[in-house]
Design a binder for this molecule. Structure first.
Ligand SMILES: Nc1nc2c(ncn2[C@@H]2O[C@H](COP(=O)(O)OP(=O)(O)O)[C@@H](O)[C@H]2O)c(=O)[nH]1
Ligand SMILES: [Mg+2]
Length: 186
């Protein structure tokens, strides 16, 4: 989840390139209109279903239930759900996810966790995205992180960038840790 343009699909594309050889993966994409994001995911060779919500501003569990049979994801696979871009309503709906992740990009302002506390309180992890742009901006990442922790002291926080070769390393480690924790024993 994130505001529009924070980098959800870009992060997914890079993540799937790393994971596709390791684990079965699939994606459900939510947007008000277009299939652009599902097309970006399918271009990586990963199955994706696009849900268009029309005037709706979030996905709900019924939509996920309807999309799942189209994906045929085997046990032990990882399903990513990209919700409609906004920091309000997607936080209020249980989609049956194991973990909720919010992306806050460095172009959005340090105060977003304080302005949209419901989103940050709902999430297990905050990814600070577009960190490759930091040298061109006046943005205080420490303040963003402190604000997220004021809303949810136990939230995990990682800084990422899709521009640098190892910009996703900590996110991939986090994903592996939570996935291994729920995978059936080999
Ligand atoms: N510089 C930079 N741009 C990024 C990064 N991640 C995403 N973008 C750009 O941000 C814009 C929105 O990205 P997108 O993945 O579509 O965001 P979404 O709406 O949250 O899915 C696109 O122009 C991306 O190229 C990043 O790490 N660094
Ligand atoms: Mg997107």
């Amino acid at each position: 989840m994130s505001s529009p343009g924070a980098g959800k699909t870009s992060l997914l594309v890079q993540t799937l390139k790393e994971l596709a050889d390791i684990s079965p993966v699939a994606v459900i994409e939510g947007d008000q209109a277009t299939a652009h994001d599902a097309e970006r995911i399918r271009a990586c060779g990963v199955p994706a279903v696009q849900i268009n919500t029309g005037k709706g501003c979030h996905l709900d569990a019924e939509m996920i239930e309807q999309a799942l049979p189209e994906l045929a994801l085997p046990d032990g696979g990882i399903l990513f759900i990209e919700n409609v871009g906004n920091l309000v309503c997607p936080a209020g709906f249980d989609l049956g996810e194991g973990w909720k992740v919010v992306i806050a990009s460095v172009t959005e302002g340090e105060d977003k966790p304080l302005k949209y506390p419901g989103m940050f309180a709902a999430c297990d992890l905050m990814l600070v995205s577009k960190c490759g742009l930091l040298q061109a901006l006046r943005f205080d990442v420490d303040r963003l992180e402190a604000n997220a922790r004021r809303v949810k002291p136990e939230i995990d926080i990682l800084r990422v960038s899709v521009e640098t070769p190892d910009g996703l390393a900590s996110w991939l480690d986090w994903l592996e840790a939570v996935h291994v924790a729920v995978s059936p024993a080999a």
